[in-house]
Design a protein around this ligand. Structure first.
Ligand code: NDP
Ligand code: MG
Length: 385
């Protein structure tokens, strides 16, 4: 395999840091070419001094001077601001984008990479939730591979290797159930951010941790799967599997089900996407069959975790509804993280925003950006009341 030049968008995040670990473990195969951060200038500087990429971008323009000064005398170009993210995403100097920015902010740079013909390792699921139809169409036109990094979608992608001519009957997305599995609304009404951030199986960024606690994450993943694998909503089933050992499954037309298994460690799907189609040897811990193990499967509790039902309804409705839902969810999650609203109020905020914003059945990219903006303003106005 030729050495791949990697651009990590969101290098200071959970996905970004683990991508750098994979690069460190395989310096002959990967080199960090571009690193981007939003607000964490200190970590970006530390990473830049260690990996000496060609380019770094700091999203927050106010931090440009600090980063520039710290990297003075190094062969590293420093850019700042939202537009710089897009300009850099269009550059020739890299081969593979790790799309590790969180939220709607990841959409533009990821689309730019796709338009520029780059292979994308997609962690930023919001890109497909918001504008999956447009993103997948452009990827197809450009002949670009979007390789999922989200563990469930990586699992499905791996199950589909060699099955090009075999239609999918159904996919089964596994859900850990998050930190509040089995809890009821009378418990959830009082939960606070620190408890909600404690995921039993995965260590992740704050936003996706809250999404996992509300099960919105699984809803976002259903929509992500719909676009990635060209499925009808009726072909996507969610099963609660608390141990997070089976990362997801594909059921074929003969009734056979393929599963991808392993210990929960995001470095595995990250490495798989970066090295695809090759599998690289590593020292990650292995699943142990010598101990007694119980793998369980259960129905999700849609009545308690209403965000999942809201997301299923949004997926079925289509148009700009998933985009609006995503925007309201981002506002709700950040308000919850700041203790401004309660755990269960997040769903109310999302539902009220979906009801308010005008439905567009076949949105253009501009429509998506407008719907996102309107939904954010409306959701934020509800919190200030
Ligand atoms: P983190 O919050 O840990 O990291 C987010 C990254 O995005 C940081 O580098 C951050 O910069 C940057 N960022 C934040 N806001 C902006 C912005 N407005 N513009 C540009 N960059 C921004 O998130 P995760 O790594 O957990 O998640 C990243 C994506 O991957 C999400 O979409 C998530 O759903 C998905 N994902 C994550 C998994 C995980 O295990 N973490 C698993 C599966 C999917 P800074 O910190 O400098 O402000
Ligand atoms: Mg996932």
């Amino acid at each position: 395999m030729q050495q791949k030049r990697i651009a990590i968008f969101g290098s200071t995040g959970s996905i970004g840091k683990q991508t750098l670990e994979v690069i460190s473990a395989h310096p002959e195969l990967f080199v960090a070419e571009i690193l981007t951060a939003h607000s964490n200038d200190a970590l970006l500087i530390e990473q830049a001094l260690l990996f000496v990429p060609n380019i770094v971008v700091i999203g927050d323009i106010a931090k440009y001077a600090v980063v520039k000064k710290a990297l003075e005398g190094k062969p590293i170009k420093v850019f700042a601001g939202e537009e710089a993210l897009e300009q850099v995403a269009a550059m020739d100097c890299y081969d593979f984008m790790m799309a590790g920015i969180v939220g709607f902010a990841g959409l533009k740079p990821t689309l730019t990479a796709i338009e520029s013909g780059k292979t994308v390792g997609l962690a930023n699921k919001e890109t497909l939730v918001v504008a999956g139809d447009i993103v997948m169409r452009i990827a197809q036109e450009k002949g670009v591979h979007i390789i999922p990094v989200d563990s469930e979608h990586s699992a499905i992608y791996q199950c589909l290797v060699g099955e090009q001519n075999n239609p999918i009957e159904k996919i089964i997305l596994t859900a850990s159930g998050g930190p509040f599995l089995g809890k009821k609304p009378n418990f959830l009404v009082n939960v606070k951010r620190d408890h909600a951030l404690q995921h039993p199986n995965w260590s992740m960024g704050a936003k996706i941790s809250i999404d996992s606690a509300t099960l919105m994450n699984k809803g976002l993943e259903m929509i992500e799967a719909k676009w990635l694998f060209g499925l009808e909503p009726s072909q996507i089933k969610v099963v609660v599997h608390a141990q997070s050992i089976i990362h997801s499954m594909v059921q074929f037309e003969d009734g056979s089900i393929k599963a991808q298994m392993g210990l929960p460690d995001m470095k595995l799907p990250i490495q798989y996407a970066m090295a695809y189609p090759q599998r690289l040897a590593n020292k990650f811990p292995r699943y142990n069959f010598d101990k007694p193990n119980l793998l369980s499967f259960d129905e999700p509790d849609l009545k308690t975790f209403r965000n999942l039902q809201v997301a299923i309804d949004a997926m079925n409705k289509g148009g700009n509804t998933p985009c609006v839902m995503n925007a309201a969810n981002e506002i709700a999650v950040y308000a919850f993280l700041k203790n401004r609203i309660g755990f269960l109020e997040m769903t109310d905020l999302i539902e009220r925003t979906i009801d308010k914003i005008a439905f567009i059945s076949q949105p253009s990219l501009d429509d998506y950006f407008e719907s996102d903006g309107e939904a954010r303003s409306f959701a934020a106005s509800l919190i200030q009341l």
